[in-house]
Design a protein around this ligand. Structure first.
Ligand SMILES: Cc1cc2nc3c(=O)[nH]c(=O)nc-3n(C[C@H](O)[C@H](O)[C@H](O)COP(=O)(O)O)c2cc1C
Length: 338
């Protein structure tokens, strides 16, 4: 990569100017506090908590408690809420700010049945008046910046994100993230960026493009196609939190970025496991860690036997011991393709 990479303007969300235009996507069940901390360490410009229901009466559940366990030392602290009733969302936003949220992100992008049946997530896109009511209620309820994450529309015939974007800007939303799929697409097919470009051309608030960005080359392509101010990375960070360091280095024009030495990789994985075990407690922590270990193994050499064993054990000590054993092998470490 030459030094001639065009440098985007720094991405600002309200008063917060981010160090990197690459931000981590909120992913329920994945981007918990331990994983967000890891991505921050590798240079993610911002991370956002997993979606939490706007119904605060459900916040005593273990799931909500973990989702609202915020990383208060990682500014800006962004918390995502989802719901369909303006008053509930406004209350939830206030409660999040009381817990330390510095940015409230509203999710209108989730295709999950559970969320859509209650008309939250991307189902809301069908009702633009309700969208306006929700955004105005939340913006009016808190003194912190409010952002919106959404998809390109309801389905291929109803790509109304550009209209939603105008409504959002009018309501006082300070930044938008658009995932280049419709609600009907779920995660199928390829993300498209033309609608994101159209959104960008209609508003003057920052727009973050999202969907299928896995490499620096793709990042440049999406920036060029959309004119976006930032890029959001989701699944490509699973098992590969160092992707943010790679993308930042490439953006600075550094050609060959060695992600991590074997010892650093080992320390990182052991630290991540330890964090998960502490954060959730041993039983849930071991379960959550299995997902991350499976993703890590996609980037590890000769990891098949290790993966098969490590996802089957039930104790924290066994997960840690098997990981140490794997890295003690002379042929353990990054695969060539990592
Ligand atoms: C397991 C999983 C959980 C997700 N949870 C959320 C969520 O809580 N809130 C949200 O706005 N989007 C959620 N998403 C969508 C992502 O934020 C992102 O928009 C989508 O994965 C596309 O980006 P990518 O291609 O970089 O993964 C989730 C996606 C996945 C795969």
């Amino acid at each position: 990569m030459s030094n001639a990479v065009p440098q985007p303007k720094p991405l600002s969300i309200g008063p917060y100017t981010l160090d990197s235009p690459f931000v981590l996507a909120p992913m329920a069940g994945v981007t918990d506090r331990p994983f967000r901390a890891l991505c921050r360490r590798f240079g993610a410009g911002m991370t956002t908590s997993e979606m939490t229901t706007a119904d605060t009466s459900l916040w005593q559940s273990a799931k909500s408690r973990h989702r609202l366990d915020l990383d208060l030392d990682a500014e800006p602290v962004a918390v995502q809420i989802a719901g369909s009733e303006p008053a509930l969302l406004a209350d939830a936003a206030r409660a999040c700010v009381d817990r330390g949220a510095q940015i409230i992100d509203i999710n209108m992008g989730c295709p999950a049945k559970k969320v859509c049946r209650k008309l939250a997530g991307s189902a809301l896109l069908r009702d633009e008046r309700l969208v306006a009511a929700i955004l105005e209620a939340v913006v009016g309820a808190v003194d912190v910046p409010v952002t919106l994450k959404t998809r390109t529309g309801w389905d291929a015939e109803h790509r109304n994100a550009p209209r939603i974007a105008r409504i959002a800007e009018g309501a006082g939303i300070v930044a938008l993230t658009i995932h280049g799929r419709t609600r009907a697409d779920k995660y199928r097919g390829e993300a498209e960026y033309a609608t994101i470009a159209e959104v960008k051309s209609r508003v003057s608030i920052p727009v973050i493009a999202n969907g299928d960005i896995r490499t620096f080359e793709k990042s440049l392509e999406v920036l060029k196609l959309t004119g976006a101010d930032g890029l959001m990375i989701g699944r490509a960070a699973q098992g590969r939190p160092w992707i943010f360091a790679e993308l930042n280095a490439a953006l600075r024009g550094q050609s060959s970025f060695a992600p991590l030495e074997k010892n650093d990789l080992r320390a990182m994985m052991l630290g991540h496991l330890d964090d998960l075990h502490r954060f959730y407690g041993e039983s849930t922590g071991v379960r959550v860690a299995r997902k991350h270990l499976t993703w890590y193994c996609e980037h590890l050499a000769n990891a098949e036997e290790y993966r098969n064993r490590v996802v089957r054990v039930d104790s924290a000590s066994e997960q840690l011991a098997l990981t140490v054993e794997y890295f003690d092998r002379p042929d353990g470490g990054f695969s060539r393709a990592a």
